[in-house]
Design a protein around this ligand. Sequence first.
Ligand SMILES: Cc1cc2nc3c(=O)[nH]c(=O)nc-3n(C[C@H](O)[C@H](O)[C@H](O)COP(=O)(O)OP(=O)(O)OC[C@H]3O[C@@H](n4cnc5c(N)ncnc54)[C@H](O)[C@@H]3O)c2cc1C
Length: 499
Amino acid sequence: MRLPQRVEHLIVGSGFSGLCAAIKLTEDGETDFVVIEKGDDVGGTWRDNTYPGACCDVPSQLYSFSFARNPEWSSSYSPQPEIQAYLQSIADEYAVRDRAVFGTELERATWDDEAQVWRCRTSSGEVVARTLITGTGGLSEPRLPAIEGIETFTGRLFHSASWDHTVDLAGQRVAVIGTGASAIQIVPEVQQVAAHLDVYQRTAPWVIPRNDRRYSRLERLALRRVPALARLYRTGIYWSHEGYVPAFTWQPRLGAPAQKAATINIHKGIKDPELRAKVTPTFLLGCKRVLRSNTYYPALAAENVDLVTHPIARITPTSIVTGDGAEHPVDVIVVATGFWTTDLPIAERVVGREGRTLAEEWSAGGMSAYKGTTVHGFPNLFMMTGPNTGQGHTSVVFTIESQVAYLRDALRTMRERGYAAVEPRARAQRRWNSDVQRRMGHTVWNTGGCSSWYLDTHGRNTVLWPKSTFTFRRKLARFDLAAYDVRVAQPTPDREAVA
Ligand SMILES: Cc1cc2nc3c(=O)[nH]c(=O)nc-3n(C[C@H](O)[C@H](O)[C@H](O)COP(=O)(O)OP(=O)(O)OC[C@H]3O[C@@H](n4cnc5c(N)ncnc54)[C@H](O)[C@@H]3O)c2cc1C
């Protein structure tokens, strides 16, 4: 499809968020929209993260759309190729590809207050849209560490989210920088092939056992043939994960049993007391994202692996030098240092009613939105996985579906009442965020004794939602018009103004 010059709705991104928005808009009879995607395929996270060992850490039965359950998952935590194949099949089944323009990046979106539209510059040309729906992801822009000399390295160096499959790690000296969610999946895979592996740890994460197992043919048949069983199974997984909420958001000490399980996981995987001490976190479980693995600790304990806890001082053309002066020769460096989370790149590109970007708007107080979805000063902007919508315990897809329900109701309201634009009132947004931040004070993320990527430079947690996901869903169940300023559409449609 070619980029149209004008559409009613512009969806940016084609991961879980963009796909969900496109599917549900179509279901509502909306036909005038386009999905732009800077990559060459749908999938987002799951198109890009192809590193060895990549898989979800929330069970696939829950980490998938409620309206498109997949009885064919091979195991409880499916590997990346299966998740990507699932998203591709969804895009085909719901004909999203017919509405998608790939290789097209949103460069700038500017609100035109007179015409009540977004004027968007993309890498494939200009497009004007009534509403702008961003599904650009919270973990989509790889973050490279600022290490002195990194540009002088003459070996191979790449980020976990853009794995270089042309590099054969067999027999190489490899370094993995970082011990987050991606790193703990990569390390056991690399350990098996590398001659030597150095794992650079700044902070040890809590890693609980992963109860992964393959589904039998009989189980898959039952899930395929008995939809009620599949629904019940999914519901059971949802509630078992929701059980973490009180420990994370209200009484961190309730996380003690899980922390005990994580400690046992360390003891099972590692015999050396010194190494055990190095990998034992000094903060409460949940403060940083809780990771799941049965193979990470045994891999760290392997003969060909060193866990390096001294900070990296600099990188030379052939080695990594740590703060203690030690030089670690290396052929391949894998940077697994995560993503831009609290400085979302999309924020630099969206210019609101007052001519300021979202990033400028947020520079003083950090990211904030109304219900994590709409933003004062930015009419008709709907952000999927916006500020304070993330969770540390369950599937992001549940949140995305909640936000898309809100978006649908907003669009329905606008259509029925003839509104050209809706914008949350400053007061409503302030109240929402002060409530969110007040509740943050009780959470393990703020009190658990760690610093994490959940916190911005002001020390505010602008990433996570501090209550249950069903509360989030309930709060977004209906578009609450009373919290919005509206603009009525002109009697003659804006087509001319827009053209
Ligand atoms: C390795 C890894 C494992 C994860 N595992 C889990 C898990 O088990 N459970 C869980 O709940 N979450 C997990 N997550 C979080 C995951 O990102 C979300 O679950 C989900 O994939 C987000 O979907 P999305 O569509 O919002 O964003 P993304 O999947 O990030 O998609 C965003 C899309 O927008 C496109 N885009 C960005 N900017 C532009 C632009 N300016 N113009 C055009 N296109 C643009 C990108 O190319 C991308 O395709 C994981 C994340 C990573 C990185």
